[in-house]
Ligand binder design. Structure first.
Ligand SMILES: NC(=O)c1ccc[n+]([C@@H]2O[C@H](COP(=O)([O-])OP(=O)(O)OC[C@H]3O[C@@H](n4cnc5c(N)ncnc54)[C@H](O)[C@@H]3O)[C@@H](O)[C@H]2O)c1
Length: 257
């Protein structure tokens, strides 16, 4: 195996990213395109279409496909559209996610179903749809899940359902890595710390809570979406051909204490 700068090159690769309208997903879409991949931006809001357009305007290849990941038929459709447009599928980034902040004793059944439905069930059926194509075509591929530090550590902020969903993502990653290794499909998770996005805006607006959480990161700050991209490129590229079933924390040291 030759070691060169090209090992991070994604030219000729085709990726799907869920939830690419803003925040971490948007940065990932732009990052994959920068490294040469064609990107299908799959999501529920018009912002996804904007991301695809911006990539095209910068000379990259991208399309938007409407997809609510909590609906398995829409996951299968997004994968079919990506393959119909770009001819193959190499990389799936399961980024779409939602959160709820509610004390555990007040959580409703609807809240539970909504968060688990997107973060865990949606991620599973999106992965299944992508893997079916990769298996059928014998191409192998990469599945990159956006988990969270909250898949490992608890908190007192009323995020029990979110914790459960992300903990599920971490063990699901390992299970799928084991099952699909024989097809050349590598499955890994990235575990971000707190990143400045819409999802964390309400925390930043409460100074006492913001300082408390900020200072749990060894680096004493929140990250920004672009700081997740390097890990995605690593997992998507030839730089990680011997890595599967792993979680890489990109968390400013939240979990190192
Ligand atoms: N921001 C953080 O601090 C942080 C930390 C750890 C993990 N994460 C994870 O990173 C991912 C991205 O989060 P973010 O901070 O950019 O949040 P965000 O709220 O800014 O973006 C979430 C994206 O997911 C999309 N989405 C939500 N439900 C969907 C559905 N049913 N189908 C398709 N798309 C859907 C949204 O439209 C949006 O594009 C999530 O999985 C989140 O759990 C975020």
């Amino acid at each position: 195996m030759r070691v060169s700068r090209d090992m991070f090159d994604l030219s000729g690769k085709v990726a799907i990213v869920t939830g690419g309208s803003r925040g971490i997903g948007k940065a990932i879409c732009h990052g994959l395109a920068t490294f040469g991949a064609a990107v299908t931006v799959a999501g529920i809001s018009p912002g996804n279409e904007d991301t695809a357009r911006q990539i095209r305007e910068s000379g990259g290849r991208a399309v938007y496909v409407p997809c609510d990941v909590s609906k398995p038929d829409q996951c299968r459709n997004a994968v079919a559209q990506a393959v119909a447009t770009f001819g193959r599928l190499d990389i799936l980034v399961n980024n779409a996610g939602t959160a709820t902040v509610d004390p555990a004793e007040a959580v409703s059944e609807e809240e539970w179903d909504r968060v688990i439905g997107v973060n865990l069930r949606g991620l599973f059926f999106m992965s299944q749809a992508a893997a079916r194509i990769m298996i059928e075509r014998k191409t192998g591929g990469r599945i990159i899940n956006i988990g969270s530090i909250f898949g490992t550590v608890g908190s007192e902020i009323g995020a029990s359902v979110y914790h459960a969903s992300k903990g599920g993502v971490m063990i699901l990653t390992r299970a799928l890595a084991c099952e699909w290794a024989k097809y050349g499909i590598l499955v890994n998770t990235i575990g971000p710390g707190f990143i400045k996005t819409e999802m964390t805006r309400s925390i930043e607006e409460v100074p006492e809570l913001y300082r408390l959480i900020r200072d749990r990161h060894a680096l004493k700050r929140f990250g920004v979406p672009e700081e997740i991209v390097g890990a995605v490129i690593f997992f998507a590229s030839d730089a990680s051909t011997f890595v599967t079933g792993q979680n890489l924390y990109v968390d400013g040291g939240y979990t190192v204490w």
